[in-house]
Ligand binder design. Structure first.
Ligand SMILES: [Zn+2]
Length: 255
């Protein structure tokens, strides 16, 4: 039934708009005329609270081509699936922390997919990423942890837990909000003591405890036992799949 709905929506876009489908969503595999741009909500709040950056200042945030009109995947989801498809890794045992709704649907047919979250009830396991004692050591080939660490007080402890639950040679895919310019200079020291409006001002979201620069993220990862590779899609893949140029997926290896 869902496939019929997807097909009808796709046909509607093609016929009603007389628009050629220029793009492909790598998550739902549909050809589409465009991706939806990101909501202006954050930009409005950032102005209100004096956050010093805008969408273009973030690495891996395609504000102009943000979500798929069919499966609602965002550009981060598409980057992750692009990597996994290229590695033929989509059917391995996989843990997704704080799952994206589009990816959770995507992995529904994978019997080895497990989702977890601190509070959500639509997941397989409820647990704290800094103490996932319900999950045995070396349980998963792949862990996806996208836009989670910036919410966690002790992000190093979280990474160490992800390392523990990964099998040897396993892969952990990390994305966090990364600001491209002059970010370290503006990081307050004791960030968890800030008020809601200060977190908006410094980190661009009420429940964020920090943003990262590429340097600060790599420094953090280097404090753990993970090896690290950067995955950057080719220019033609960025255009076709609605991924911002120079987007980076942080591929952590348990080596
Ligand atoms: Zn899609």
């Amino acid at each position: 039934m869902k496939n019929i709905v997807k097909g009808l929506v796709s046909v509607f876009f093609r016929v009603a708009g007389q628009i050629k489908p220029h793009y492909t969503c790598i998550v739902c595999d549909q050809k589409i005329p465009r991706f939806f741009k990101i909501s202006s909500y954050f930009e409005r709040e950032w102005k209100k609270y004096g956050f010093a950056y805008d969408y273009d200042d973030f690495e891996t945030l395609n504000a102009a081509h943000y979500s798929c009109p069919i499966c609602f995947s965002n550009d981060r989801d598409r980057l992750i699936i692009l990597y996994l498809k290229r590695m033929s890794d989509t059917t391995k045992s996989l843990l997704e922390v704080a799952p994206s709704y589009a990816l959770k649907r995507y992995f529904k047919k994978n019997p080895n997919y497990v989702s977890c979250d601190l509070k959500r009830t639509d997941v397989d396991i409820q647990c704290d990423i800094t103490n996932m004692s319900v999950i045995k050591n070396e349980s998963f080939d792949i862990v996806i942890c996208s836009h989670v660490l910036e919410h966690v007080e002790n992000d190093r402890e979280a990474l160490e837990e992800l390392f523990r639950v990964l099998k040897p040679q396993g892969t952990c895919l990390i994305l966090v909000p990364i600001l491209k310019k002059n970010y370290e200079e503006n990081i307050p020291k004791s960030n968890i003591l800030l008020s809601d409006s200060e977190r908006w001002k410094f980190f661009g979201q009420r429940d964020h405890l920090r943003n990262y620069s590429q340097k600060s993220l790599i420094t953090l990862i280097n404090k753990t036992c993970f090896g690290i590779e950067l995955f950057m899609p080719r220019e033609e893949e960025c255009i076709k799949f609605g991924i911002k140029e120079k987007s980076v997926l942080y591929v952590l290896k348990k080596v």
